[in-house]
Design a protein around this ligand. Structure first.
Ligand SMILES: O=C(CO)COP(=O)(O)O
Length: 254
């Protein structure tokens, strides 16, 4: 049985006060004994203080991105060892916002995957097609290409203990979530694609859905057999909505 992971990606939102209030809200809403894994990924400058605010909870600390270098003359970069140093365990990479605005390639993202694995942490690899690719019937080809870049660089075993987040770009921040059936079909495709190389790796890999997940549509998404939780943007900024999504994941997977 895979334990679902519900992860909040705060993106470029927040302040010291907002982080304090949000974490306090989560502490109130969530028990410490949840049947699913819970993570939050605040902006990098707040990670250290949020880590302390999470003391005594089972909420995992995540980061939204990482550099590929470990140290040296790379102004502005943050290394995986630094994130590990302050208690981060899960790191989102390949988010469509980074692929688009920062022109990150599949190969570059595979390098990030490699440094995260090397450090013993958990990569959360975002994949997914744009609206135009979806309309052109390229969803499977795009997802396969984004996964194959990692397999080519690191081998399929790299997905042991890793997380994939299927986030169709057209569903991100649009309020237009994929339907449970649409998402399930792609999740199954992703799992089968990995299974072609290694069935065991495919069985254990966590595949989250992301894209306009909220407290209303989460429960139905989570009833799908290959949807192992969610990567949540907007709704992760409200403690009650995020907690409701966590509870939906627990109920669905019991
Ligand atoms: O990009 C996302 C999470 O990484 C999804 O964002 P929304 O939940 O705001 O659509």
């Amino acid at each position: 049985m895979r334990k679902p992971l519900v992860m909040g990606n705060w993106k470029l939102n927040g302040s010291i006060d907002m982080a304090k209030n949000l974490v306090a809200g989560l502490r109130k809403e969530l028990s410490n004994d949840t049947a699913c894994n819970i993570a939050i990924a605040p902006p990098v400058v707040y990670l250290d203080s949020v880590k302390h605010q999470l003391d005594g909870t089972n909420i995992i600390l995540g980061a939204q991105d990482v550099g590929i270098h470990l140290s040296g003359a790379y102004t502005g970069e943050v290394s995986v060892e630094m994130l590990k140093d302050i208690g981060v365990t899960h790191i989102i990479i390949g988010h469509s916002e980074r692929r688009t605005y920062h022109k990150e390639s599949d190969e570059f993202i595979a390098k990030k995957f490699g440094v995260i694995k090397e450090a013993g942490l958990v990569p959360v690899l975002c994949i997914g097609e744009t609206e135009a690719e979806n309309e052109a019937g390229q969803t499977q080809a795009v997802c396969a290409r984004q996964i194959d870049a990692v397999i080519k660089a690191l081998g399929v075993q790299a997905f042991n203990g890793a997380v994939i987040a299927y986030e169709p770009v057209w569903a991100i921040g649009t309020g237009k979530s994929a339907t449970p059936a649409q998402a399930q079909a792609v999740h199954k495709f992703i799992r089968d694609h990995i299974a072609k190389q290694d069935a065991k790796v495919a069985q254990q890999v966590i595949i989250q859905y992301g894209g306009s997940v909220n407290d209303k549509n989460a429960a139905e998404l989570f009833t799908q057999p290959d949807i192992d939780g969610a990567l949540v943007g907007g709704a992760s900024l409200k403690a009650d909505a995020f907690a409701a999504i966590v509870k939906a994941a627990e109920l669905a997977k019991k």
